[in-house]
Structures are given as structure tokens and as C-alpha cells.
Design a binder for this molecule. Structure first.
Ligand code: ACM
Length: 264
């Protein structure tokens, strides 16, 4: 299975330009799965609901999302893209998982909100879930950026059978680079992180997004890593079935050895 990560620099508050650029990239990438960053259609740093609301999209309705779905079906590719979602008056920091068969497509609403996201988004209510792709026999779990600080996120997805965790991100710290390999090892899953680059300023405050998107194998080795400051596309070949045997010697199995009764 060939996966691709797009490290991009979204144009702030210009949905049309970002969507055009995303569609062009999808057309040019040959892979079974393509992952774009968090809030890739809008840019990140909004603290005023009224400024973001015009850029928010409705799942299964907005033409921009339907155009991603159409390319997923046409190219037989799984596409994961972060976008601001509106549901009535409420906005979520969401990621669409567009599957070639539209009935399998789903939207994940970010569970753990970071910093000033609380001023514009509601906490996600989709819960963590996986989707299964029949063509590649890959089970894909999804989380968004700051969810990385919560080991429960990756564990929940792995217990649901994820072979690969895809993480659209707008990371502002390098600490996550120490954590993603651990999540890969402790769950024996691949991890694919699509981060953005560039800066966004709002009033006195500037956020610097740290690039360095990466794909990790299930022993935590980096299979591919992007630069700090350039737009790039990363590729890796993965073998989803190889994550499923969770034993690592004749006695131990990282899932069967769990002691949930000891954890509360
Ligand atoms: C983040 O969750 N965008 C840091």
C-alpha cells in the first residue's frame, strides 16, 4: 500500500484557493491514500467565530467536500483532509475521510481542542473510529494534531484494529516528534503525520507551524520525513497486515498482556 503525506502552506481564509490547490495535488499524486494537514481548506488561527464561519463546510453537502469525494471515487484513493465543519451554528475542527465508496466516508471531529480553538470550535463528538479499505485491506484510524498528547487516542484506535493512524496536524511544537514513534511501538501500528508549514499572525500573536511531517513504521522508525519549512509530498510503502500479530516473543502480546482492571 502506497501512502502519501502532503505538507502544505494553506492560504489564510481563502477556501477557494486552498481547495483548488488540494484538488491539483490529488490529481498529480499516485498513491492508495493521501493525507493533508489539519484545517487545510481554511488556515488555522481564528479566534472569532464570525471570521471562520464563512469558511466552514457542511459534511455531505458543501461542493468543496463533494469535489474531494468525487476525486476519491474517480482515482480509487483514500483522501484525508482537515477542514472547519459547520453543523447548524456549531463548528468543529474536523477531518473528512473520503473513501472510494462514498457510503464508507466519514467525518472525525477533533476530540481534544488546543489553545484558542476553544473560542471557535465545539469539542468533537464523533469519538475515535476506524475505517476499512477493502482494496488494500487496511484499517485506518484517525486523530487530529493535539490528540497526540493523549495516549488514549492512539490506544483506542489500535484496539479498534487500526493498522495505520493518520494524523492531520498544525503542530507548533517539536515534542510530538518524540511521542509519535512511541505510539507506533506501543500499539504496533504505522503512524502518518501530515503537518503544515508557515506562520499565521493574529493581533500581537504569531503561530509558527513546524513542518517535519513524517511517516513511522510500527517499530517507530521514520520511513520518511519532510523539512521544517518547505511544501513537500512524502511517500512510503506500508504492509498493513504486518501490524496485526501483537506478540513479540513466545510469551508476550502487547494487547493480551494489558491489565485494564489495574488502570482505573
Ligand atoms: C494543534 O492541535 N493544532 C496544535
Amino acid at each position: 500500500m502506497k501512502i502519501a503525506i502532503v505538507q502544505s502552506f494553506p492560504t489564510y481564509a481563502d477556501t477557494q484557493q486552498n481547495v483548488t490547490s488540494i484538488l491539483t495535488k490529488i490529481e498529480s499524486i499516485k498513491a492508495d491514500m493521501i493525507v493533508f494537514p489539519e484545517l487545510a481548506t481554511s488556515g488555522y488561527f481564528f479566534t472569532d467565530k464570525n471570521s471562520l464561519f464563512p469558511h466552514a463546510l457542511t459534511w455531505n453537502e458543501s461542493p468543496e467536500l463533494l469535489s474531494f469525494q468525487a476525486l476519491s471515487t474517480e482515482h480509487n484513493v483514500i483522501i484525508i483532509i482537515g477542514f472547519p465543519e459547520k453543523d447548524g451554528d456549531v463548528m468543529y475542527n474536523s477531518a473528512g475521510i473520503f473513501m472510494p465508496h462514498q457510503e464508507d466516508s466519514r467525518v472525525y471531529r477533533k476530540t481534544h481542542l488546543f489553545y484558542k480553538e476553544h473560542e471557535v470550535f465545539a469539542e468533537g463528538n464523533s469519538g475515535f473510529f476506524c475505517v476499512h479499505d477493502a482494496k488494500t485491506d487496511c484499517t485506518i484510524g484517525i486523530m487530529i494534531c493535539y490528540d497526540w498528547r493523549f495516549p488514549e487516542a492512539a490506544r483506542t484506535l489500535a484496539l479498534q484494529g487500526a493498522d495505520l493512524i493518520a494524523c492531520p496536524a498544525n503542530l507548533v511544537t517539536t515534542l510530538s516528534g518524540k511521542v509519535f514513534p512511541a505510539r507506533a511501538i506501543e500499539n504496533k501500528v504505522y503512524v502518518a503525520v501530515a503537518n503544515r508549514i508557515g506562520e499565521e499572525c493574529l493581533g500581537e500573536e504569531t503561530l509558527l507551524f513546524r513542518g517535519e511531517s513524517a511517516i513511522y513504521d510500527y517499530v517507530g522508525e521514520r520511513m520518511a520525513q519532510a523539512s521544517f519549512g518547505n511544501e513537500e509530498i512524502l511517500y512510503a510503502e506500508i504492509d498493513p497486515q504486518s501490524t496485526r500479530k501483537k506478540s513479540f516473543n513466545s510469551v508476550n502480546d502487547i494487547f493480551k498482556d494489558r491489565r485494564p482492571d489495574m488502570y482505573s
